[in-house]
Design a protein around this ligand. Structure first.
Ligand code: ATP
Ligand code: MG
Length: 871
């Protein structure tokens, strides 16, 4: 059975059981502070499990893109070495939100596997939770056991402990026992040797878990205790690639048609064969796996970057480059060439891949090239470290610096050192790594209390599209303590005018006032798992009162100007540059806006002007806001509304229209484009290959901008003695400056020549060595020139020069190579030792070395000591 059919059979099976099929949610999470990426099928439905939202149908089925590369689920280091863990994989799931429970979940899983897919019952094992005797003191899941008994022989039902058979969403929240389904796809001979049940959950590559049925029946509170959930839920997850392995009768996920086209392509490009040499195979698997993770992330709008989720993606791609570099001998970019095959294979199920193929290729290619350059530089640095290493071991600190500052991978360092017959102090490296980890862990430590519930059944409603003020009640609150923000309170109201950060727009600020006139400031507003949370430094004194909640209207208004301008900018770019332009991120603040979009080249001055004019024409056109709330998504799209990849939309959406600009958008906007006054682009540049960024301002920020620029202009003019044409005046100053520099250089050269002549006469013969220690009025380059010039005329020279430059001291020592060899002299050692007189240090080669220091008064003393080296 082909993989496409396996996927659609799953979905249609549950559709027949009255489940709604929903598309995979984007992989990058936006309003969940505990998670960067979707790492299991349940993550996008968290708000339903937490009771923050109600699904339209309480039975859902889907195939969800998951990424397990950080946090609690991190399989990255396994990937490539085993044949059944991926970074990105699809999780097939069926969901019940307070509807059916264990009985149906078990019966249907069994029916699907054995009857629809026709899997032989004799290769299946299931597990149930055995209970726990720890603080939770949970009973064995006899319910699940009894249901399984109706389908499968009892000796195939195994009992498992908390680690394997109790599932928790996080430190807090819904959890419960689970039942896993395992397959044993070994040969009959192998099975005769060791029974399958002994290999379940033992990391055997052919006895693997394929499906996990989670029975959510508890809620874990902040103090660790469990309470029963009022509504019980089913959450199941089956690894799609593992299922394909079973149904296609192969022994590895990589031998299924999900991966073989990629592997064939890698073979063609690298001229290596899969299945012959172990480390080549590992590298090929790593690359086939990682290109999927990276491509899907970029398609979901997450580009590689230096922080957060972007950094995780960058590290995945770099891991792939490293394996290609080391084991497939690929020293140039090639991974981007796999995107074509990938989008052909997966583009039907995931149209975002097809639509953005070109962009994905560009971004991956650029990342590969830049990392290959890093590797090159790293090799140079590593060689230097090797040269400087006295014994046969490179210190952990040095290796860590190379890893941390230059991004040079440690395993490559180890490999290269090994080739050179050197050792790496791995313990030292690990210690440095641990130090860094505990530093960042301490910085990001957060402790979150349970919610204190004041009114349980209250609806939490956002009214901030229509009002900036409301009488509100606090429905719940909790305290959160973090290193970054200290103690903070999170407040939830029954209704709120505060806009929570989202869709690029910042969260509202404002205040709460009680009837006594006591005020609490709201510092920020965010949405977490569909709940609007207001952040305050303090808790109101009388929490059960009614408060007047007031949004900072000035900040909101400026932000709205920037948000509407962002829509107009988006439209302008598509108009001026072409419809290939797609939004790739935006940040709408009160002071400025930022807009990232796909486009292949720098915008010309004319294009920027056209874009600005286009937006300003719409502002002058006084276009009114036309807002439609709760429109079915299909209807809005048919109206011409633009939707974004990587954005999670509900069944009904809100559309925002100004003239011909229509977007699906949850943000807040001005009532009329005329409110914006004026729009001005302040910068344009590149963020990544094929992605440009524009920053712009609106409203009175534009006035300030012109005012500031004007002031600078007059200051410049003033400095130029009120020149009529300041640009020309500056050009002529620059010219003059260049000429002067040239003259100085020539003069200094002359001076050096003269000095050299004089110095030659000052050389002293001490025990057959031509010696001179002297302070000169030359810069570092000058000292070096003189030393090397003299050096070319003598083979028994010992020179120590000192100079004072801009209040700093400098020493440089030259010793003829012959002397270095015959007398065991070392210039590096000389400057290191004499450096202490100038309160500094330095080093270099045995025949030439320099030291810098902050005490010019010590130069003379250092020069006096030089002679002592000749005794
Ligand atoms: P394993 O013990 O094999 O790592 P798990 O216990 O981490 O699996 P779950 O978290 O229960 O797995 O996920 C549900 C299903 O998703 C698993 O039964 C498996 O089929 C699949 N799965 C889990 N992790 C991966 C992965 N890294 N790559 C591919 N499939 C996976
Ligand atoms: Mg796992």
């Amino acid at each position: 059975m082909k993989s496409q059919d396996i996927r659609s059979k799953f979905l249609s099976f549950f559709e027949e059981k009255k489940h709604s099929i929903v598309p995979s949610a984007p992989m990058v999470l936006k309003d969940d502070p505990t998670l960067m990426f979707v790492n299991s099928g349940m993550a996008p439905f968290k708000e339903y499990f937490l009771g923050n939202a109600q699904p339209k149908n309480n039975r859902i089925t889907d195939s969800q893109k998951c990424l397990r590369v950080s946090g609690k689920h991190n399989d990255l280091e396994e990937v490539g070495y085993d044949t059944y863990h991926h970074t990105l994989f699809e999780m097939l799931g069926n969901w019940s939100f307070g509807d059916y429970f264990k009985k149906e979940a078990i019966a249907w899983a069994w029916e699907l596997l054995t009857e629809v897919y026709g899997i032989d019952k004799d290769i299946l094992y299931v597990t149930v939770f055995e209970g726990s005797e720890d603080a939770d003191n949970l009973p064995m899941d006899t319910e699940a056991y009894d249901f399984w008994k109706q389908h499968i022989a009892e000796d195939r039902i195994l009992k498992g402990d908390k680690k394997d058979n109790f599932w928790e969403m996080g430190d807090q929240g819904p959890c419960g026992p689970c039942s896993e389904i395992h397959v044993d796809i070994r040969s009959a001979e192998e099975k005769a040797k060791v029974p399958g049940k002994e290999l379940v959950n033992q990391d055997h590559p052919q006895v693997v878990e394929i499906w996990n049925l989670v029975f959510m029946q508890y809620n874990r509170k902040a103090n660790g205790s469990l309470e029963n959930l009022p509504d019980k839920h089913i959450d199941t997850g089956m690894g799609f690639e593992r299922l394909c392995m079973v149904l296609q009768g192969v022994q590895s996920n990589y031998d299924t048609d999900v991966f073989t086209p990629l592997i064939r392509e890698i073979e063609t490009i690298t001229k290596k064969k899969y299945g012959k040499v172990e480390n080549v195979d590992v590298a090929i698997r790593v690359i086939a796996d990682h290109v999927r993770a990276v491509a899907f992330s970029i398609a979901d709008g997450q580009l590689p970057s230096n922080t957060g989720a972007g950094y995780v993606i960058r590290r995945i791609l770099r891991r792939a480059v490293r394996y290609g570099f080391t084991f497939l001998n690929k020293k140039e970019a090639f991974i981007y060439r796999l995107v074509d095959v990938l989008s052909k294979k997966m583009g039907n199920a995931f149209p975002e891949l097809k639509a953005q193929k070109q962009l994905i290729e560009n971004v991956i290619k650029e990342e590969e090239q830049s990392f290959l350059r890093t590797l090159d530089q790293g090799l140079v640095l590593l060689n230097r470290i090797v040269e400087e290493t006295k014994n046969d071991t490179v210190s952990g600190e040095k290796a860590f610096e190379l890893y941390d500052t230059y991004g040079f991978p440690i395993d490559l360092t180890a490999l290269i050192l090994n080739e050179k017959g050197l050792k790496l102090d791995e313990k030292g490296f690990d210690a440095e790594l641990q130090k860094q980890k505990s530093r960042s862990r301490a910085a990001s430590e957060v402790s979150t209390d349970d919610w204190t519930i004041l009114f349980d059944d209250a609806e939490e409603e956002f009214i901030g599209y229509d009002s900036l003020e409301a009488q509100v009640k606090l429905t719940r609150y909790r305290k959160v303590v973090s290193k970054k923000d200290g103690e903070m309170y999170q407040l939830v109201f029954n209704i709120t005018p505060f806009y929570p950060e989202g869709g690029g727009q910042v969260g509202d600020k404002g205040y709460l006032e009680d009837t006594r006139g006591d005020v609490i400031y709201i510092l920020d507003t965010k949405k977490e798992n569909n709940v609007i949370i207001h952040f305050a430094k303090n808790l109101p004194k009388h929490v059960e009162e009614t408060f007047k909640a007031v949004v900072d209207s000035k900040q909101r208004y400026r932000t709205e100007c920037n948000h509407t301008a962002t829509h107009l900018l988006h439209q302008a770019l598509r108009e001026v540059l072409g419809t290939h332009v797609e939004q790739k991120g935006s940040a709408v603040h009160s002071k400025y806006l930022r807009f990232d979009f796909s486009h292949f080249s720098k915008l010309t001055v004319e294009e920027l002007r056209d874009v600005e004019n286009f937006v300003n024409a719409r502002i002058e056109g006084k276009l009114p806001l036309v807002e439609k709330r709760n429109t079915p998504k299909e209807e809005a799209i048919a109206d011409g509304a633009m939707s974004l990849f990587g954005e999670k939309y509900g069944d009904t959406v809100r559309s925002i229209r100004f003239g011909q600009s229509i977007e699906l958008c949850g943000g807040t906007h001005v009532k009329n484009t005329a409110d914006i006054w004026h729009f001005k682009i302040t910068s344009e540049g590149a963020v990544a290959a094929g992605i440009r960024r524009i920053e712009a301002i609106t409203h009175d920020a534009v006035k300030d901008f012109y005012f500031e620029n004007n002031r600078t202009y007059f200051e410049i003019k003033d400095l130029l003695n009120n020149a009529k044409e300041p640009v020309k005046a500056i050009q002529s100053l620059q010219e003059e400056n260049t000429n002067l520099k040239k003259q100085i250089e020539a003069l200094l050269k002359d001076k050096a020549k003269n000095i050299k002549g004089e110095l030659k006469n000052e050389l002293q013969d001490i025990n057959g060595i031509q010696f001179l220690a002297k302070k000169l009025d030359l810069d570092a380059g000058g000292l070096k020139d003189v030393a090397f010039e003299l050096g070319s005329q003598f083979d028994n020279l010992f020179l120590l020069f000192g100079t004072e430059q801009k209040g700093k001291a400098l020493l440089s020592c030259y010793i003829s190579k012959e002397l270095v060899a015959s007398k065991e002299l070392n210039a590096g050692q000389v400057v290191r030792e004499l450096g202490k007189y100038i309160q500094g240090g330095g080093g270099g080669q045995p025949f030439f070395a320099t030291a810098g220091g902050k005490n010019p008064d010590g130069i003379e003393e250092a020069l006096e000591k030089a002679k002592s080296y000749l005794n």
